[in-house]
Design a protein. Structure first.
Length: 439
């Protein structure tokens, strides 16, 4: 009988360790499977979304009046479908993931990052792109990534933690932009409030696997195409503060107007929320008129116009302001769609306005710095901004001036809008008592 005492003590010590190892391996398998799925689905989403936007532009080229009719109708239809079928899918998608991270195991969280909400997000965002809305697919891919990560973890009976949501959202950014480092930076700056070592490993693993999956199928492409050149120190000393201040102030203005019109504590939120379909119609008319006047240039992501400006090509001086208004009206309408790509596009337009002060061979890099200042002013995440821009343009040599611009833009944006946009919008998806406490 004496042998049973040591045996029991050995089992009592070893079994929990073995079970812990099994749990760790199950978690790793869940993360790997989720990340591969995120990469695949993000690529499908990108292909279908780009096809929808191209179809809208082709139709607009043939029928110039089309945005005046199609865009308002689509805004109302999408707003109606969102309201009736999937209210969790409205807006960007990033605030939903931030809110879900507060209570990762609650019923409300499961709704925000459910497969139903993710599927609705995809379909409705594609419809938005076909309708000429000024939206991107990066924010929706964040919610989609978190939903896939949660679904796989639940299927394998692995506990869903805040780290799971962070990893899914970060993998979505990496797969959408083909920028693994930006996914990690985004997780640190936007999604994670407390960042632990285990979460860091989970995020990096998910980001790299999702990025490699998308890259393996789509190729090792650079999102905006590689730009070349460099700026002399004299130009940097002028351009960095100028682009940071101008871009940051305008980006902060976008966030402040967005929160005033649609934020949980906004001055006009209640009024616009009382008649959501009328709001969507008015916003659709605004975007439709801008699409008509610009031949569709401000519709969709603004990718082509941004790519041309980064290449140093001549552009229209009205592009930045027009894209600003189109993106704001689309966001205020409440229809699903992200603001990442439209903000980068608007920033390129504002950067283009600054190129008249510099030699023509520096135009592309000045546009890039304008994007850094404006985008940071909107999202208030300077590290993410710099890494996204360096990875999407292959311009690692511009990191120092981009950092200077982004830091100035972050300060300038904070003076105009004290709250960080995504975190303020996340209050809409929190329980009412918690939202009041966070206010």
């Amino acid at each position: 009988m004496q042998i049973f005492g040591p045996l029991a003590r050995w089992l009592g010590k070893k079994v929990p360790d073995d079970l812990a190892r099994v749990d760790d391996w199950t978690r790793r398998v869940a993360t790997m499977v989720s990340a591969v799925l995120i990469g695949l689905v993000a690529l499908v989403f990108a292909t279908v979304g780009d096809g929808a936007q191209d179809l809208f532009l082709d139709l607009t080229a043939e029928y110039g009046w089309l945005p005046l009719v199609l865009t308002p109708v689509m805004f109302v239809l999408i707003a109606l479908l969102t309201r009736k079928l999937a209210p969790e899918a409205r807006g960007s998608g990033i605030p939903q993931v931030i809110a879900a991270g507060r209570h990762p195991d609650s019923e409300q969280t499961l709704k925000l990052v459910s497969l139903r909400a993710a599927l609705a997000k995809m379909v409705l965002t594609v419809m938005s792109l076909f309708g000429g809305a000024s939206v991107g697919r990066e924010g929706p891919t964040v919610q989609l990534g978190a939903a896939l990560m949660v679904a796989v973890h639940r299927a394998l009976r692995v506990k869903v933690s805040a780290g799971v949501l962070i990893a899914g959202g970060a993998a979505g950014v990496a797969a959408a932009f083909n920028t693994p480092l930006a996914g990690i930076a985004f997780a640190i700056e936007e999604l994670a409030v407390a960042y632990e070592q285990r979460v860091a490993v989970l995020v990096m693993g998910a980001v790299m696997i999702a990025g490699l999956t998308a890259q393996g199928l789509a190729g090792n492409y650079v999102y905006f195409g590689e730009i070349e050149g460099s700026l002399p120190v004299t130009s940097i000393l002028i351009a960095a503060p100028l682009a940071g201040l101008v871009g940051g102030i305008l980006g902060g203005l976008f966030s402040r107007l967005m929160l005033a019109l649609r934020g949980p504590d906004g001055r006009w939120t209640s009024l616009l929320g009382q008649r959501p379909l009328v709001t969507a119609l008015v916003c659709g008319i605004i975007v439709g008129v801008l699409g008509f006047l610009t031949a569709g240039q401000v519709s969709g992501t603004g990718y082509e116009a941004t790519q041309a400006l980064l290449a140093g090509e001549e552009g229209d001086l009205w592009f930045g302001p027009a894209k600003f208004v189109a993106a704001l009206a689309t966001s205020v309408s409440g229809i699903p769609g992200g603001i990442f790509a439209p903000s980068l596009a608007a920033g390129s337009g504002f950067g283009h306005l600054l190129t008249v002060l510099f030699p023509s061979d520096q135009a592309g890099l000045i546009v890039l710095m304008g994007m850094a200042g404006y985008f940071t002013g909107v999202v208030r995440a300077p590290l993410t901004t710099v890494i996204i821009l360096s990875e999407t343009t292959g311009m690692s040599g511009a990191i120092v001036p981009l950092f200077a611009t982004a830091l100035i833009g972050d300060w300038a944006g904070s003076t105009v809008c004290k709250e960080r946009l995504y975190h303020a919008l996340a209050k809409d998806f929190l329980p009412k008592d918690e939202a009041k406490a966070a206010a």
